[in-house]
Every structure is written in C-alpha cells, then in structure tokens.
Design a protein around this ligand. Structure first.
Ligand code: PLP
Length: 413
C-alpha cells in the first residue's frame, strides 16, 4: 500500500514543524505521538498567542476601562467569533465558553434537563459514550426520577440503528450521542440519527470532542440542539471548550453557576441575569486559554479541515493495513466509518505493559478503558491499547508503531 500524504508532499513536513513538542527524544528515540485523542499537541502559533497575552495584554475581561483590559477583552471575544465561524453557529450568543466538553454536557444536564425531566421521562444515550456523556445524565436522572436508557452497539462498534430507533419514543426528552467514539473511532451517522430524533421532537446533544478536530462541523446543517467540544483535542490549550446551543433553548435555560459576569444587577432581594452567552459564564474565565483556543481555530482553518480529514483517513487506512499484518493483533472497533483512532490488543499482553514497552521505544499511545468503561465491557475487556492520529502524523509514525509492536511481541514471546 502506498504511503499516504497530504495534498502536496511538503504539507505534512510543514505541519509537523509547527509543533515543537514533536521534535524531541523520549527514552533515546525520536518521539512518535499517537495520543492526540487524549490531548493534541499545540502549534507554535497557539503557544505564542498565549504567551503574548500573558506577557503584554494580561488583564481581566469585560469589566475594565483601561487599555489592557480592552485588549484582553478584544482577544477573548475575538476567539468567540472565530469559534462561531468554526462551527457555523447562527450567532455569537450561541457560543458559551466553558472549560471543556465535560462542563458543556454538565451544563445542559443541569440547566436544560433538570427543570424539564419528570419521573417516567427518559434520557437516551449509546453504549459508545465517553463517561462525560454518561455520568451527567445519570446524575440528573437520579435528581429527577427520570430513567437513563442505552442503545446497544454491534461487534464492529457501530450503534444498532434499529434498536436506537425503537428506543426513541415520546418518553425520551433528550438524546446524548457522540460524534466520534474516542475508544473505537466509530463515526456516527449523525445527520440521519438527528433527523429521526427531531422528527419525534427529541432534543439532541452531540458530544463533539472527537468530531471537531477531524472534520468540518456545521451545527446548523447537522440539525442538533447542542454541540459540545474541547479546545485541547483540537490543538488548543487545556481547560477550554464550547457549548454551542440553539439560542431559543439557551434563552429559556436558567444559569448553571452564579457569580460575577453572569449578572446585570444584583441586590439581596433579586438578581437580573446577564444576556447570552454571559448568563452561563460566571466568574473570571480562562482568558489565556481561550485566546489560545482562537489561535488553534486559525491554525486548523489554515491547514483546512478537508485536508486534515483526507490525510487522517488515508493514514488510518494505512495503520489498519499494517496492524492486521502483525501476528497476534486483534482490532477492537472495525466500523465501516472510522476516524483517526484504532484500538487493539496484542496476544494476551496487558495493554499497560504494551504501552510501557512502546514508550520505551519513544512511541506514545494510550492504554486502558479510555474513559469509556461500558463499551469496554461490551467487548468483554478491561481495556485496549489505542493509537490515535493528529494532522501532524505521517506514515513514518505508523511504521515506527509497527516495529515497536513487533519488538513487544518478541519481548513477551
Ligand atoms: N467526550 C469524548 C468523546 C472525549 O474523547 C473526551 C475526552 O477524552 C471528553 C468527552 C471529555 O473531554 P474533556 O475532558 O476535555 O472535557
């Protein structure tokens, strides 16, 4: 199989050069970073945007009359505009800045679902979900007497569409579904699933943590009601994220947290809440991180989501093609439509042992349950080894993974 490249042969080398952390040795070997699904490395433009703010523009946002505060506010709100454009939200008021996907989903569970759910109602999710898209619903179901129900997946790691359809009844008040499974790489056919849910009047939240780094996302075209994602999966800083929500829904929702910035007026008798999106942004936000998040959006758009998608898709095909030739490999997650993630087992080597041997050879992968214990249980496994790709990976990285696996196989023979 020929080695995949970006559109032009120089693109891949250029991108890789933008990421300083990739240019180091780990345990005496050039680093091969195959853990972008956990957290992607950051390009120099992101690192510099954060450093510049810290060095020259640091001040609190929104409340200041002085120049630094104006500059900080401009940069911070500029990031919101970039994020609006990035997911094609119809208005900047629909972009709620959060600390990440986890907080975004908890916000919806507590602010949208908690006032709405009654005993007898249901929240529907799938077996593929990350704990962030399970536990917040469990909590709100316990608080309200509603029930959490789960659509099963088949042996390839695809949601069983007929059973998902059967579970969508008038009792279901919200469907929470991942765009891409972080454990198995499955890309859900979101447009079709969302259309089915919306036909029945079901509100849909998409966990987009593993969607936005790998493909163009247009929330209006998708037709969902909420879309949650994290900055650090898309080459930005940790502790940043977005809840996109339809304005009409966000307007109706009560604040999730109280504090500064989310108010217009406070007395001991009464508080008037701020307008969207500030109603949901209590307290001093992660200003530096959000400015870096904006720079990450610029970076992704300069490379082009279509280019990234094509590159990662051919690289994933190449990885699977090479992995299946390794004696003793069992792939976990073989969906027809997969993005950038491959879980596997090698003989009966414990994933943690395998991950350690790979690390000794400079190859960084993730091992364990990937914060998705139920789907691991579905496959009867405590965990897997997972290689996940970013835009900076190349076929050389895959070749290094394969030779490190061969070595591990010999070590444990
Ligand atoms: N959802 C998915 C699919 C994820 O992969 C992750 C992180 O791994 C999360 C949610 C949680 O993201 P964060 O920890 O940035 O809130």
């Amino acid at each position: 199989m020929s080695q995949p490249r970006l559109n032009s042969p120089t693109d891949i080398a250029t991108c890789r050069d933008d990421f300083p952390a990739l240019h180091q040795e780990v345990n005496g070997h050039a680093l091969v970073y195959l853990d972008s699904a956990a957290s992607a490395q950051q390009p120099t433009t992101v690192i510099d945007a954060v450093a510049r703010y810290q060095r020259e523009d640091h001040a609190n946002v929104h409340r200041g009359v002085h120049t630094l505060s104006h500059r900080a506010t401009e940069l911070y709100e500029g990031a919101r505009d970039k994020l609006r454009d990035f997911v094609n939200a119809s208005s900047r008021t629909e972009i709620v800045l959060t600390s990440g996907t986890t907080e975004s989903i908890n916000l919806v569970a507590q602010s949208y679902c908690r006032p709405l759910l009654q005993p007898g109602d249901q929240v529907l999710i799938t077996w593929l979900e990350h704990h962030s898209n399970i536990v917040p619903w469990q909590l709100v179901c316990e608080q309200t007497g509603a029930e959490l129900i789960v659509a099963p997946v088949n042996d390839r790691g695809e949601v069983e569409r007929d059973q998902l359809r059967d579970l969508m009844t008038e009792r279901v008040k919200l469907l929470g579904i991942g765009h891409v499974s972080n454990a198995l790489g499955t890309i859900n056919p979101l447009s079709e699933i969302i259309a089915e849910a919306k036909n029945l009047g079901i509100t849909v939240l998409v966990d987009g943590a593993q969607g936005v780094p790998h493909m163009t996302v247009d929330v209006q075209a998708l037709g969902c009601d909420f879309y949650a994602f994290s900055g650090h999966k898309m080459y930005g800083p940790t502790g940043t994220g977005v809840l996109w929500g339809r304005e009409a829904l966000l307007e109706e929702m009560p604040p999730y947290k109280g504090g500064g910035d989310m108010i217009l007026e406070v007395s001991f008798d009464h508080t008037v809440f701020n307008e969207l999106p500030y109603k949901f942004e209590a307290g001093t936000p992660n200003i530096a991180g959000t400015i870096g998040f904006g720079a990450a959006v610029d970076y992704l758009q300069s490379v082009g989501l279509e280019n990234i998608h094509e590159h990662e898709k051919s690289l994933h095909d190449y990885m699977v093609h090479k992995l299946v030739d390794v004696d003793g490999i069992r792939l976990i997650g073989t969906a027809a439509d997969q993005a950038s993630v491959q879980s596997f087992l090698l003989n009966d080597i414990h994933p943690h042992d395998l991950g350690t041997i790979l690390d000794h050879q400079g190859v960084a992968v993730r091992t364990g349950h990937h914060c998705a214990m139920p789907v691991m249980q579905r496959f009867g496994l405590p965990g897997t080894t997972r290689a996940s790709l970013g835009l900076y990976n190349s076929s050389d990285d895959i070749d290094r993974l394969i030779s490190a696996l061969e070595k591990a196989r010999q070590v444990f023979a």
